[in-house]
Design a binder for this molecule. Structure first.
Ligand code: PDD
Length: 287
């Protein structure tokens, strides 16, 4: 699909992407004043839609906004944009809207800007990725899925510049998450991941992987760990909606799990693919 063929939703209208225009006074453009969601779609069905919509509500509430649309209205928009049954991702963004002047404080009366698009999901590297550890330079509200991603961009680019695919963020000695993913380690037969809180995004994939592990009888633990424990882990994974579960096979230039994806990753990867298959085959709930 060329970009001209892409239909998007903007403020109540479905238009070709080239015709979707936002004011230069939009506070998303001027301040990064907005939030977003990324929802994977398999066989035309959004994965864990309710969970994504609840996180959207939480992000909006955290920046003092109300959801501009109800669940049924969001679903109706997604249904119009999802095309066919190939794997896709919904990107949705709500900014505070366009004010009539640039002023940091929040205007009393302002109409949010609502944008949604649906695009193909890129192929996922199944043979593992390289990652580096970096010092976390982000703010103290990392649980908000804010469009203000400058720190995440710089951290990810540091990884890319070193030939790695992800940066793993460390703050006060604690390993928190990736620049655009959550982190899990396998150690002593357990899957360990940092607890939810202000220092990580509450990932939907993270929760799904923990649920799948519990169903398989694999022990899980939500607790903090430090960089020494990370480096000694049997396996390291990063999880996200668009990259599922990626096995980190090299960290800071040293092999992890012998430089190949580990056996627990293979088990969870297979359970994740089964979950996607069931979603693809489930009777459609879409209208
Ligand atoms: N990012 N942590 C951060 C900082 C993220 O940006 C993401 C996802 C995650 C994983 O969350 P989830 O499993 O709900 O996708 C964790 C998305 C995919 C992005 O920015 O494109």
């Amino acid at each position: 699909m060329s970009s001209q063929d892409l239909q998007v939703y903007l403020n109540g209208r479905f238009v070709p992407v080239d015709e979707a225009k936002v004011s230069v006074l939009d506070r998303g453009f001027l301040f990064g004043d907005g939030i977003y969601e990324v929802i994977p779609v398999y066989g035309g069905q959004p994965l864990r839609l309710d969970e994504h919509l609840r996180r959207l509500d939480q992000s909006l509430a955290a920046i003092k906004m109300k959801s501009p649309l109800g669940d049924k209205e969001w679903s109706a928009i997604f249904d119009r944009l999802i095309s066919g049954t190939a794997d896709q991702q919904i990107y949705l963004q709500v900014t505070r809207g366009a004010a009539n002047k640039r002023d940091h404080s929040i205007p009393a009366e302002i109409t949010p800007t609502v944008f949604v698009m649906c695009t193909p999901i890129a192929p996922i590297p199944l043979d593992g990725i390289k990652a580096i550890t970096v010092s976390d330079i982000r703010w103290d509200r990392c649980n908000i899925k804010a469009i203000t991603l400058l720190a995440n961009i710089l951290l990810r680019q540091e990884a890319v510049d070193q030939g790695a695919a992800e940066a793993i963020l460390v703050r006060d000695g604690q390993v928190l998450e990736g620049a655009a993913s959550n982190i899990m380690i396998v150690s002593g037969g357990k899957i360990i991941t940092p607890p939810k809180g202000d220092t990580i995004l509450p990932g939907i994939t993270r929760d799904l992987v923990l649920d799948l592990a519990k169903n398989l009888g694999i022990p899980t633990e939500e607790r903090h760990f430090d960089i020494a424990e990370l480096k000694n882990a049997d396996e390291i994974w990063v999880t996200s909606s668009t990259r599922e579960i990626l096995s980190v096979i090299e960290l800071d230039g040293k092999f992890i799990s012998g430089g190949i994806p580990g056996k627990t990753w293979k088990t969870l990867q297979s359970a994740y693919q089964d979950y996607k298959r069931a979603l693809r085959e489930a009777p459609s709930t879409r209208t």
